[in-house]
Each structure stands twice: as C-alpha cells, then as structure tokens.
Design a protein around this ligand. Structure first.
Ligand code: DC
Length: 228
C-alpha cells in the first residue's frame, strides 16, 4: 500500500509540533516529531559527558544508542533511549542547545535518515522537522513550511517552559531562538530552508485553531483530493 506523507518544516516555536500533532490526530496519521530524535541523541551524549558538538565522540556513541518511539494511550510520542522513557528529559533547555549541535553533524544526520524514511514507508505520517521536505521525504504528498516572527515564537516557547514549571526569562529565550535559527539555517548539512514545492504558512498573530484550519484546508486540496 502506498503511504501518505505530510512534511512540516520550519524554525522552532512556529507551532510546528502542536499543529502537526493535531493534524495527525484529525487525519488518523502517525505523528513523527523528528526534533525529539535529535534531542535524544544530544541527551545521550551529554549524559555520557561528551560535547554534543564533537563529531568523533558523538559518532562513536551512535552504535550504543537504541532509540525507539512509542505511542502511549495519551496519543503522545514517547522517546525511549535504551529502554528508558526520556520524553520529559529531552525538553530541558540545555538539551535544546545540544540538539542543535548534534543536528549539524553529518554522522548523526546519516544515522537518523533511514529511521525517519522507514517510518514514512510503513505509516501515513505527519512528520515535522527542518529538512523533511528537502531531504528526508522529497516525495512527500504535501509540504508545509511553517514560520512566524521570532518574537512570536519566543513568546510561545517561553510560555511552554513556564507551563512545564521550568525557570525561564523571555529575553534569554528570544536570544536563544535567534541563535538557534541562525545555527539551523547556516549549517553546511541539511540547513533549514523551504523546499521549492512547499507551501509557506506564517502563523504570526494567528490562533492555533486558525492555523489548524489552514493546514486542514491544504490537506483537503492537495492530499485528500488526490486520494479519490
Ligand atoms: O524542533 P526541535 O526544537 O525539537 O529540534 C531540536 C533541534 O534539532 C533543532 O536545533 C533543529 C534540529 N533538527 C534538525 O536539524 N532536523 C530535523 N529534522 C529536526 C530537528
């Protein structure tokens, strides 16, 4: 059976994961948060006392890592690292920085590429990340590039951190968002960029519901239509 893939790329904090998750739920597709996989690699490196930017060290750790995704009754994607549930741990602020560093390493990207493609071969997916439309699933049925102004994105991330009970300071979050954008868009390998055939969706000032409706309409037009 041919599976359907929807690729959602964009910078952090544009509402990608929330929207991708809701879209997947509505469509009955599997939601794959690829950022969580990079975060899991970073967490492992950091816990082993390695610098997440040290390619030789991180590449050496890859064979010791068994990364699995499990979908709980809560419908959430849980990350399992060598059998341990690290879903919460990978959201720590320090791990965000580490994830950006490991994601710039060619050895890490090559290691994760096949895992992501395999998921899309086996399931209908809504997959979110940075290079899904450009590298991982260039044949995706629908590609969306989701973005919003940096201040909007920083505000969302800041609120998320507070809701998780973490200490946060808006100015620091904004600075990190801008730094991470810079690192993600300027890295040599698989930089964050909009695929030529992706639809640009800017969520600045929109409510979640408005953005979700936009994505559902796009899916209706471009994917559902083709299914008939
Ligand atoms: O979406 P996120 O913040 O959880 O992603 C964590 C880091 O991983 C971020 O710096 C970008 C990187 N990433 C990537 O390079 N490619 C992906 N497909 C997903 C995430």
């Amino acid at each position: 059976m041919r599976t359907i893939s929807i690729a959602i790329d964009g910078p952090s904090g544009a509402g990608k994961s929330t929207l991708a998750k809701l879209l997947a739920q509505k469509l009955g597709y599997l939601y794959v948060d690829t950022g969580a996989i990079y975060r899991t690699v970073a967490l492992f490196a950091m816990e082993r006392g390695n610098d997440p930017g040290d390619e030789a060290a991180v590449a050496g750790l890859l064979p010791q890592m068994e990364i699995k995704m499990a979908y709980g009754t809560d419908g959430l994607q849980h990350m399992l690292l060598n059998g341990r549930d690290v879903t919460e741990d990978i959201r720590r602020h320090a791990v965000s920085k580490g994830a950006s560093q490991v994601s710039a390493l060619p050895a890490v990207r090559a290691f994760l590429l096949e895992m992501q493609r395999e998921l899309a071969r086996r399931h209908n997916v809504v997959m979110d990340g940075r290079d899904i439309g450009t590298v991982v699933l260039p044949q995706a049925d629908l590609k969306i590039f989701l973005t919003a102004q940096a201040e909007d994105r920083a505000r969302r991330r800041y609120r998320e951190l507070l809701e998780r009970g973490q200490d946060a300071d808006y100015e620091t979050v904004l600075r990190d968002v801008i730094q991470r954008d810079e690192a993600d868009t300027s890295r040599a390998i698989s930089p964050l960029r909009q695929a030529e055939d992706a639809v640009l969706v800017d969520t600045t000032g929109n409510t979640l519901e408005e953005s979700l409706q936009r994505l559902l309409r796009l899916t209706e037009e471009r994917v559902r239509h083709g299914e008939e």
